[in-house]
Write a protein that binds this ligand. Structure first.
Ligand code: FES
Ligand code: FES
Length: 199
């Protein structure tokens, strides 16, 4: 994440325009060996997809889950971030053949968690978004970092967020939000109560 000296804050909603609508009906498995069983947002689904199709395309085009955004397409901008087995990954770099038996959580699910609510409120209150295109991916990564035990400090988070690009360059607001959320590393015992996956 490139960090300019100053960037203006601006109003916006707290979820960055994430579409919270439920998935469409899912394709059935077929018999040509292209079926991949995967858990997506808590639902076990059978994907009938070519092995080399990207997870980002499957989410958006097949399942109607559009919070993960297309951007660079090469793993540089973070707009397409999802959790794969609870770890943030760029969905533009994950192929269908890699999904068998895996668990995918998109911003549609992550946004439902109380932890994510803290993140989104902090970003909104600090003016950390403008058009909101990058925001779902940023929330996905920040929510993961926020619930880690021990929780990283603000400086570490800025480094860990280096894979996110905001084309509106609203980094100052994001920095303020990160500074407030990650002011102190969490205790190893996890007494902050922010452990666990999405709810
Ligand atoms: S679209 Fe995936 S990282 Fe940019
Ligand atoms: S707020 Fe517009 S791309 Fe980040």
């Amino acid at each position: 994440m490139k960090l300019p000296d100053q960037a203006p804050g601006c109003p916006g909603d707290s979820c960055g325009g994430a579409d919270l609508s439920p998935p469409r009906s899912l394709p059935a498995a077929d018999s040509d060996g292209r079926c991949h069983f995967v858990e997506i947002n808590g639902r076990r689904v059978a994907l009938d997809s070519r092995a080399d199709r990207r997870l980002l395309a499957i989410l958006r085009e097949d399942l109607g889950l559009v919070a993960a955004k297309p951007g660079c397409g090469i793993g540089r901008c973070g707009a397409c971030m999802v959790w794969l087995d609870d770890v943030p990954v760029n969905s533009c770099l994950v192929m269908a053949w890699q999904l068998d038996g895996r668990r995918v959580s998109t911003a549609e699910l992550v946004a439902d968690s109380p932890i994510s609510e803290d993140i989104r409120q902090a970003i909104a209150q600090c003016g950390g978004l403008q058009c909101g295109y990058c925001s779902p991916g940023i929330v996905v990564t920040l929510t993961h970092l926020y619930q880690r035990v021990p929780r990283p400090c603000a400086d570490e988070v800025v480094t860990l967020m280096s894979g996110h690009v905001c084309r509106c360059t609203g980094y100052s607001g994001l920095l303020r939000a990160i500074a407030g959320l990650f002011a102190q590393p969490s205790d190893v015992a996890g007494t902050s109560g922010h452990g666990g996956g999405p709810t």
